[in-house]
Design a protein around this ligand. Structure first.
Ligand SMILES: NC(=O)c1ccc[n+]([C@@H]2O[C@H](COP(=O)([O-])OP(=O)(O)OC[C@H]3O[C@@H](n4cnc5c(N)ncnc54)[C@H](OP(=O)(O)O)[C@@H]3O)[C@@H](O)[C@H]2O)c1
Length: 246
């Protein structure tokens, strides 16, 4: 039987809390679920107000992250929700490509490392801990521009390709974990254009009404997760919960 709505989480794992959306999500889940335990991961000691006892400092894009996170999580409460914020669009010496000649192996590999492998390594750490009867929700922050069907503009090769790969990871996890668990929702979420370091260089053509604050987007993302049903698992969702084609 299909279940609508998601049980309130007693323990939430937020990965990538050093970023704009990650920090805002820490505030939002603390506000909505003041009694829930919050576990956090970031490359640095977090700027967000997190519990140092339940914060792990490492880079999820590093393959050594998988055993380290597994050991760390194994000594804690199994999270009911995992939200993975890790992602990159530009960095020093790299701007999104306008044409295929601008693509470099280095930029594509770096994009895959952060946009995909961070999520893979965390999934590998979590997978052995999952329990059939414990309801489980996984959300990877992805992007609408990773949708192949939605792509009418082209460009942004490494970001689009790596987010499309992330979307496939999410779809696969939804199938694998859906077979294993009684209640499992695995989704990719597009947060909408949000005023963070990631979008900063590309905000000039965005109308003010379509550039959201991190707090607004965090509120919407958590609302999407609260309202998930079994039928949503394996989908790429817009910030209002509607489906974006893969
Ligand atoms: N902002 C937008 O308009 C927008 C739109 C669509 C999708 N998104 C997606 O939303 C997510 C959060 O983005 P944001 O706007 O909050 O961007 P941000 O402020 O630039 O945050 C970057 C995120 O990526 C992680 N990260 C960066 N470099 C990393 C590395 N070398 N290894 C591992 N992790 C690394 C950071 O984790 P640490 O905690 O370790 O620093 C942080 O969670 C991303 O996946 C992004 O693609 C954003």
């Amino acid at each position: 039987m299909q279940q609508a709505g998601n049980p309130a989480p007693e323990c939430i794992l937020l990965a990538g809390v050093g970023g704009g959306l990650g920090r805002a999500l820490v505030g939002e889940v603390a506000r909505r679920y003041p009694r829930a335990q919050l576990l956090t991961i970031s490359r640095a000691n977090s700027a967000a107000p997190v519990d140092a006892q339940n914060h792990l400092t490492l880079s999820l894009s590093d393959p050594a992250a998988t055993p380290a996170v597994k050991d760390w999580l194994g000594a804690r409460t199994l999270p009911h929700w995992v939200i993975v914020c890790n992602g990159v669009l530009h960095w020093q010496n790299h701007r999104p490509e306008k044409n295929v000649q601008q693509c470099t192996d280095e930029a594509l590999l770096q994009s895959l490392s952060i946009n995909v492998l961070s999520h893979v390594h965390l999934a590998q750490a979590v997978a052995p801990l999952l329990q059939r009867r414990s309801p489980f929700t996984w959300a990877s922050l992805s992007a609408k521009v990773g949708s192949i069907e939605d792509n009418q503009l082209g460009g942004w090769y490494s970001y689009r390709m790596s987010k499309a790969a992330l979307n496939m990871l999410v779809r696969n996890l939804s199938i694998e974990w859906g077979r294993k668990l009684d209640c499992c929702r695995v989704v990719a979420v597009h947060p909408g254009t949000t005023d963070t370091a990631l979008s900063k260089p590309f905000q000039q053509n965005i109308p003010a009404s379509k550039l959201y604050t991190p707090a607004q987007s965090a509120d919407r993302i958590v609302s999407v997760l609260e309202q998930l049903s079994d039928a949503d698992s394996g989908k790429l969702l817009f910030w209002d919960g509607t489906q974006i084609p893969w």
